[in-house]
Write a protein that binds this ligand. Structure first.
Ligand code: ACM
Length: 526
């Protein structure tokens, strides 16, 4: 009996037979049970139909005539699949019906439950169809499709097939609209290519916000044309005394555009009024006594402040925010506001109140660390809870929404355990399971789901200076934060998740990610 006719009788017999004949690792056939696929974040619903779809030489990526947005998504998919499959898939735009073995991408706009980011992925033995209301939904359907294929799909060189996908239906949409990571490019600078690579990595897990911490005591990382020395002088160094760096405005726009193409919004942060030594070192007039401090390469916090009662400071903030806003298509500018330990309380409040007005005057909304809730928050200002739940609750009492980044659970710069080679531990150790096993909506009794815009996991970079080091802290925790942001909390459990994460070990390897092999995950059992 050949495999095709056996499949019609019972696909699980085919699978079991294959495992017996060739062993799991070398088996040429992939499982046909879609519910057994290790998809992260876990989709809202998966229904298996027990057959197999095969991607082959005759497969096309089919989009409806006139659907330019679907065609763009299709090209993204082709560019992802072609290097490893060698199939040379192309996007075909047409009126007729897609053929056997084709992938159909379709924008329908009819399924309101899916919202802006949801999708339906429907696989039969003849056709793989992704439908969505908006292009972002098609993009997320494509990320799921990648994870239905064997891990070697992520390799850059041609791999052996077959390229088989289990049949069934996935209906999927996120819990939170904001699913973010913060990258600190101030303590150590990370260049454009590192950031682009990272955007691809986070987008693969359906994360959609990259908050860039662009300034701190140790470095100013974005060109500001009206205050050029911020970057030219303030960007000269970094923690440990390395050479630092900064993004030109052209490079920054390039990052923003690259991110947009992957449905990632860049949120720029200028940390103020504390964490400003690099700016103070660059311009004497920003200092109370008119004298600049030296550049700083240590990791102590809380010693610097802008002069919050000086009009020069507000001219500076206005210029910086204006230039940043003009390069930022996203809604938010992050004003920092954390750990201004040498700013008097009333000066701090006065500053945050004025800076909110400046951001709003440039057409943007304000995000700030939880201390900003000590000021009078403007409508639409969002409070990022990192340290003090009492501050975040003060924000909620003023009608603000909260971005959840509790350091104890969500700080990617915390060590996994005492043996971690990078990271800090002031908020505790965060192993892969601790990072995963919490629910933003039930962490603080006074902060409920309606108050929360989403989750963000920050990676502060005092201890990491290059891509491999950063990846060690980012992975494997990032997929867990992605799942917290996407999947309903009642569908999540560490015991079930850790088996899916184990499967992603191979996938992260194929993507070239230097992940930490947490002993809480059975990486070999995959
Ligand atoms: C922070 O970690 N200082 C926001």
């Amino acid at each position: 009996m050949n495999q095709i006719s056996m499949k019609k009788i019972n696909p699980f017999i085919v699978l079991a037979g294959c495992m017996v004949i060739c062993g799991i690792a070398a088996c040429s056939s992939e499982p046909t049970d879609m519910t057994a696929a290790s998809i992260i974040p876990k989709p809202v619903s998966v229904t298996a139909t027990g057959e197999t779809f095969k991607l082959g030489r005759s497969s096309d990526i089919f989009v409806r005539e006139g659907s330019g947005e679907a065609a763009v998504a299709g090209q993204f998919l082709a560019d992802k699949l072609n290097p490893s499959t060698g199939l040379g898939l192309t996007v075909v735009s047409g009126k007729g019906k897609p053929g056997r073995g084709d992938i159909l991408l379709e924008l329908t706009g009819e399924d309101t439950e899916l919202g802006e980011e949801g999708y339906v992925l429907e696989v039969t033995s003849r056709l793989l169809k992704i439908t969505a209301n908006k292009p972002a939904g098609l993009f997320y359907g494509i990320q799921t499709l990648r994870q239905l294929l064997p891990a070697r799909i992520e390799m850059k060189e041609v791999q052996e097939g077959p390229w088989e996908i289990p049949t069934g239906v996935i209906r999927d949409f996120p819990v939170y609209g904001y699913r973010g990571i913060m990258r600190d490019v101030a303590r150590h600078f990370f260049g454009v290519e590192d950031i682009k690579t990272f955007i691809d990595q986070m987008a693969a897990y359906k994360m959609n916000v990259l908050h860039l911490h662009l300034s701190d005591d140790q470095g100013w990382r974005i060109e500001i044309k009206s205050w050029p020395d911020l970057a030219l002088y303030g960007g000269k160094t970094e923690v440990g005394g390395g050479e630092g760096g900064f993004y030109t405005q052209e490079q920054y726009r390039e990052i923003v555009e690259y991110a947009q193409e992957r449905y990632v919004t860049i949120i720029p942060e200028i940390d103020m009024p504390g964490h400003t030594n690099a700016a103070l070192a660059s311009y004497p007039e920003l200092n109370k006594g008119g004298k600049s401090p030296e550049l700083y390469t240590g990791i102590k916090v809380g010693f610097s402040t802008l002069d919050t009662r000086s009009e020069t400071t507000y001219k500076f903030v206005d210029d910086v925010v204006r230039e940043l806003a003009s390069m930022t298509p996203g809604e938010y500018i992050h004003i920092g506001g954390d750990e201004s330990l040498v700013t008097k309380d009333d000066d701090y409040v006065y500053f945050v109140n004025r800076v909110q007005d400046i951001v709003i005057s440039h057409g943007k909304k304000v995000l700030g660390w939880d201390e900003i809730a000590l000021a009078t928050l403007k409508p639409n200002t969002v409070v990022q809870y990192w340290a003090r739940s009492g501050n975040a609750v003060k924000g909620v009492q003023q009608g603000a929404r909260v971005l959840m980044s509790p350091a104890k659970y969500a700080y990617l710069d915390m060590k996994y355990d005492s043996a971690s080679i990078y990271g800090l531990n002031w908020a505790g150790y965060i192993e892969a399971d601790n990072g995963y096993s919490w629910d933003p909506a039930s962490l603080v009794p006074e902060i409920t789901a309606e108050n929360i815009i989403g989750i963000e996991a920050p990676l502060w970079s005092e201890t990491v200076s290059d891509r491999e080091e950063a990846e060690y802290l980012l992975f494997p925790r990032l997929p867990g934060y992605a799942e917290i942001g996407w999947t309903p909390s009642d569908m999540r459990s560490w015991d079930e998740y850790k088996a899916r994460l184990a499967d992603h070990g191979k996938r992260m390897e194929a993507m070239g990610i230097n992940f930490y092999k947490s002993p809480r995950v059975n990486w070999d059992n995959r």
